[in-house]
Design a protein around this ligand. Structure first.
Ligand code: 6PG
Length: 475
């Protein structure tokens, strides 16, 4: 072997050694892959080398050395903030890459950017994968859910590494090829949209139990811990239970009580809603979750409005155990409705953008590693195993049974919150979506009549094909 060949021995490289990049790289190294990392910040390179010292891990401070250390054809992954940073990393890599090398963007890039980058890089003879990675820091280190999209051959090249690094459920890796182009990033975006909606629903149950039932942190911890052990079990439920046990180091108060109720966002939930609107697929609980984060930011106005509209919240009387049970069943129904909206969006996007997604596979790889992993995903996967073309999870007989058994509880949650003046708007729109979806008759006939009245937009009839217009002002 020449000196050059000896040097070029790492299986995969990572650009961006922040929390996610470093941990994912160390995870790959844990599985026996020689890996190399690059970051502009020498501190980050140093900490990678330190943490990876018992493995075959290289750390580099220049792109040239880093790229030169990789086996050919090269596989370079990047985990940097979405947007301009991704393009600037690609620009920096290009002078050192050769035909057939592969660039993998594992950040939360917008799917339309991924399409443009794939096209540009392919024109230069390079391969490109847009890969969604979910699971936060812990997932990256010990097994995330991975959603790869792009050229199938490119995926096959890195498949052993991704499979080894991914989470496993019943021995199955939580990664599989999603589809061409931006399929992986699209699936990850919708994952995050669902994540927003589930977080919104859980926070509404917190509000109802805190202000409506008067539960303290210890009781809230118990409730969420209990829910996590049943049908509602999942990562978000687990961490919610944990959150209520944590005390603030500075004040000794429950930490949750010193955290400001202003929710921030990086945009992936909003992108999901934007794309759903573009494709004309209703995802109202996701839209609402984005809107409620936005509303939370208007803290000053909320304070003013509070003084104008102040209305004390009376603590709910009655059997509290029963109330908590009803809340949990209502939450389960709303959770199914949220997954139904997200999956319905994926089904349409798949057809429109030619992703050819297998929703059974999407649910399979979401069962472990990712933020929305939950017991319910077994049923969701089952639904798509039974019917690959299922347009909406609400039409699956098994999930329909669950909703039928819980819909009165969902109504109860909405009624209770509305009576108390607690904004359970995630529950409210989920119920509204459900009632509209299950209704054969729709009041949209009136909207059509109004459109035709003021703008001659025409309408269709129930008893005859074609389009019709009425001279509404004719006496
Ligand atoms: C994941 C998360 C991850 C990130 C979100 C946070 O799947 O691991 O979704 O992607 O934590 O982007 O999003 P917001 O900052 O928008 O809440």
């Amino acid at each position: 072997m020449s000196g050059q060949e000896q040097k070029a021995r790492f299986e995969i490289g990572m650009v961006g050694l922040g929390v996610m990049g470093r941990n994912l790289l160390l995870n790959m190294a844990d599985h026996g892959f020689p890996v190399a990392g690059y970051d502009r910040d020498p501190e980050k390179v140093l900490s990678l080398k330190k943490e990876g010292q018992s493995h075959d891990v290289g750390g580099f401070g220049t792109v040239e050395e880093f790229v030169g250390s990789l086996k050919r054809p090269r596989a370079v992954m990047m985990l940097v903030p979405a947007g301009a940073a991704v393009d600037s990393v690609i620009e920096g890599l290009l002078p050192f890459l050769k035909q057939g090398d592969l660039i993998i963007d594992a950040g939360n890039s917008h799917f339309t950017d991924t399409n443009v980058r794939a096209k540009n890089l392919e024109a230069k003879g390079l391969l490109f994968l847009g890969v969604g990675v979910s699971g936060g820091e812990e997932g990256a280190r010990h097994g995330p859910s991975i959603m790869p999209g792009g050229h199938r051959d490119a995926y096959e090249r890195v498949r052993p590494i991704l499979e080894a690094a991914s989470a496993k459920v019943k021995g199955e890796p939580c990664v599989t090829y999603m589809g061409p182009g931006s399929a992986g990033h699209y699936v990850k975006m919708v994952h995050n949209g669902i994540e927003y909606a589930l977080m919104q629903l859980i926070s509404e149950t917190y509000d109802i139990m805190k202000r409506g039932l008067g539960l303290d942190e210890r009781e809230l911890h118990e409730v969420y811990r209990g829910w996590n052990q049943g049908e509602l079990g999942g990562y978000l439920m687990e961490i919610t239970g944990d959150i209520f046990t944590r005390k603030d180091d500075q004040t000794g108060k429950p930490l949750i009580d010193v955290i400001l109720g202003v929710a921030r966002q990086k945009g992936t939930g909003m992108w999901t809603s934007e794309s759903a609107m573009d494709l004309q697929v209703p995802t109202p609980t996701i839209d609402l979750a984005v809107a409620m984060r936005d509303l939370s930011v208007f803290a000053g106005e909320r304070k003013r409005a509070h003084s104008v509209y102040s209305r004390p919240i009376k603590t709910v009387e009655g059997d509290r155990t029963l109330l908590k049970e009803k809340l949990s069943r209502g939450l389960l129904a709303a959770t199914v409705i949220v997954y139904a909206q997200g999956m319905a969006l994926l089904a349409v996007a798949s057809k429109t953008y030619g992703y050819d997604l297998r929703l059974e596979d999407v649910s399979r790889i979401w069962r472990g590693g990712c933020i929305i992993r939950a017991a319910l995903l077994e049923d969701i996967m089952g639904a798509f195993q039974t019917d690959k073309e299922l347009p909406n999870l609400l039409l699956d007989p098994n999930l329909a049974k669950k909703i039928m058994g819980h819909q009165e509880d969902l109504r109860f949650v909405v009624e209770t919150a509305s009576r108390l003046g607690i904004p359970a708007s995630g529950f409210m729109v989920s119920l509204g979506y459900f009632d509209a979806y299950r209704s054969e008759w729709s009041p949209a006939n009136l909207i059509q009549a109004q459109r035709d009245y003021f703008g001659s937009h025409t309408y269709e009839r129930i008893d005859e094909k074609g389009t019709f217009h009425t001279q509404w002002l004719k006496s």
